[in-house]
Design a protein around this ligand. Sequence first.
Ligand code: SF4
Ligand code: SF4
Length: 464
Amino acid sequence: MSLKSTNLEAITQPGEGPLRRHSHTYDLMRQCIHCGFCLPTCPTYAVLGVEMDSPRGRIYQMQAVAEGRMEVSPEFVDHMYCCLGCRACETACPSGVQFGKLIEAAREQIQLEVAHRPPVNGQAKRGETEEPLARGDEDYPLHTDLPRTPALETLTERLLRRFFFDIVLPSRLVTSLVFAGLKVYQRSGLQSLAHRTGLIDLANALPTPLQGQLKMPEELMPPASGDLLPRLLPEITPASGRRRYRVGFISGCISAGCGSNLKEYGHLLRDDPAYADRGQAFSAKVKDISEFLASIELNQDMGEVSRTVAYHDACHLVHGQKIKQQPRQLLQTIPGITMVNLKESDWCCGSAGIYNITNQEMASTLLERKMNNIGATGASVIATGNPGCMMQIALGARERGMEIDVVHPIQLLDEAYRAGGLYEIPVRDVGTKQRQQRSLLIGIGIGVLAGMLLVRRRRRRSIS
Ligand code: SF4
Ligand code: SF4
């Protein structure tokens, strides 16, 4: 790893960016006393055994960049993006280092640099430079011996990042359409056809920027249930019975990470004169649903839910928001539920936002460890407060042929209230609905095909 600043000055002005001397982040870094208490809790350090992939090693590198002793090199990018952002190190740290804020600042710094460098194409790895398109000729010799700036990002990474963060997640409509497309892919039978014919393996093997990386996201998709497009909730849903609280509900995009971030608006907007106070006031009101329900008196009209349940702690709930007991308390109030202990319940499952798509090998290794612990519980249900974890653990269960349901704790509470007859929303016959939608799609497909044949026949006739 290069420890001297090389061509960095040409890319950003010295002292620019969130990793810099005299920044708020720099003060946070200096809280680290290098004691190493965090090391045994770090999943990437446990797997790789490399100091630079431990919390302490990462902070050391960030500090070196902030002080201008090290450039934002491809190696630095690797170590920062190998981090899961699980924040287990924060829970373990006796010195109160807020690692979540540090890793976000480091990645923001990387993105500032990335914006100035082209990605490498094809199968090239981060840090490799592009081969010149031609070696030149006598008239136009190419100076291939000139030092080139190594790329900080592969084309695949850039495409995935732009797709998720610039296109899908900022728009509810686009997110809904993407998920609707995935549901059509499953329900129309296209998915099983792609698997039966080996088309998915072929697409995965093609020499594209996504070579070898298509299969995992495809397999992550849980069996799609519900309507093709989500139904819009009314602006106000009145309380049934006496109103006790007025609650704003944020459905979020994919991860418990939303709640964690909403609680940090005060910090994120601290330098904005118009929003600093509003950010603080907003964050003070944010509660995770399990946190809220555990703090109020629950309606006890619950029926029995006879299940053996193990609870997996989502990282951004347990380490980000320090919510550990509340979901367990909630589950224990449900009659019939037997709770069993899950070893390393607060150890990351490898989902970590889009980590299981961008870092598939590490994500699979962590999933293996998680599934071994789950298998040892004998539970028939795994409850967890983050849809990303739900998808990851459900994938692990499918791959291993394990008969377990993976649910959000609120789904079990809902089941208990339905069983207790508290509300009369009929349980949807998802199977029937799916069959109806599949028939509709097949009908549309046949209609389009018949139409095309008809038009072709007419054309032939008119020509003859
Ligand atoms: S436990 Fe905290 S202070 Fe100790 S090395 Fe880790 S981050 Fe630094
Ligand atoms: S956030 Fe998680 S993966 Fe990253 S350094 Fe901390 S414990 Fe390790």
